[in-house]
Design a protein around this ligand. Structure first.
Ligand SMILES: Cc1cc2nc3c(=O)[nH]c(=O)nc-3n(C[C@H](O)[C@H](O)[C@H](O)COP(=O)(O)O)c2cc1C
Length: 204
């Protein structure tokens, strides 16, 4: 069973969540897990102005995904930061190259899920995840979230990411907040949940 974890990240939050999702998927026997990032689209000067050169260098070793590789996957988990309540353009650019796969129905029946990050608590986590789900459904995929048994979905007394629709973190107003152990645990459980379901559906 082939699990692909594909993310975009500017300041490293979604990257850390992606590593946790991949680790969780890797706990499932028979899962062959790979981690990918989508191509950067920002011009160099904008990247420098964003202050993200250093943070992006931390995960520069992760290979850039090509849309054609999706066909080889059984389970695909996408991670994106929120941009004004929706996915980042870098991720959308990747998604918008799947037209040929859609025409051939190449992704029909695969499992898919989404995880993410916002700056603020009400900055659009669910909006981003749920609008990304429409893409997965449009491609004919089955959508998997986070099981309600995950402790991170019940952190009502503290500021925390974590939704049933996908694992999330909060970067904070200046981006300095980092994913907490609980948020990373939710990401790990999302990866494990998707891979465990994949193992049942796609055992060869
Ligand atoms: C153009 C732009 C739009 C953004 N829109 C939102 C938003 O709507 N809500 C929010 O909470 N954060 C917003 N953010 C903050 C990002 O979501 C935040 O930087 C990101 O979650 C951090 O993840 P990363 O470290 O993986 O890049 C925005 C950031 C940028 C650059």
């Amino acid at each position: 069973m082939n699990v692909q974890v594909i993310f975009y990240s500017l300041y490293g939050h979604v990257w850390q969540m992606a590593e946790a999702v991949a680790a969780g998927a890797g706990e499932v026997q028979g899962a062959k897990v790979s981690l990918w990032q989508v191509a950067e689209l920002m011009p160099d000067d904008a990247l420098a102005a964003s202050g993200a050169r250093e943070t992006r260098s931390r995960f520069a070793h992760i290979p850039v995904a090509q849309p054609a590789q999706l066909e080889e996957a059984d389970v695909i988990l996408f991670g994106t930061p929120t941009r004004y309540g929706m996915m980042a353009a870098q991720m959308k650019q990747f998604i918008d190259q799947t037209g040929g796969l859609w025409v051939r129905g190449a992704l029909i029946g695969k499992l898919g899920g989404v995880f993410g990050s916002t700056n603020s608590q009400h900055g659009g986590q669910e909006a981003t995840l749920l609008s990304f789900h429409t893409v997965l459904l449009g491609l004919g995929m089955l959508v998997v979230g986070v099981p309600p048994s995950a402790p991170g979905l019940h952190a009502g007394d503290t500021l925390s990411g974590g939704t049933p629709y996908g694992a999330t973190t909060l970067a904070g107003p200046d981006g300095s907040r980092q994913p907490t152990p609980l948020e990373l645990e939710t990401a790990r459980l999302q990866g494990r949940h998707a891979a465990a379901l994949g193992a049942r559906l796609f055992a060869r």
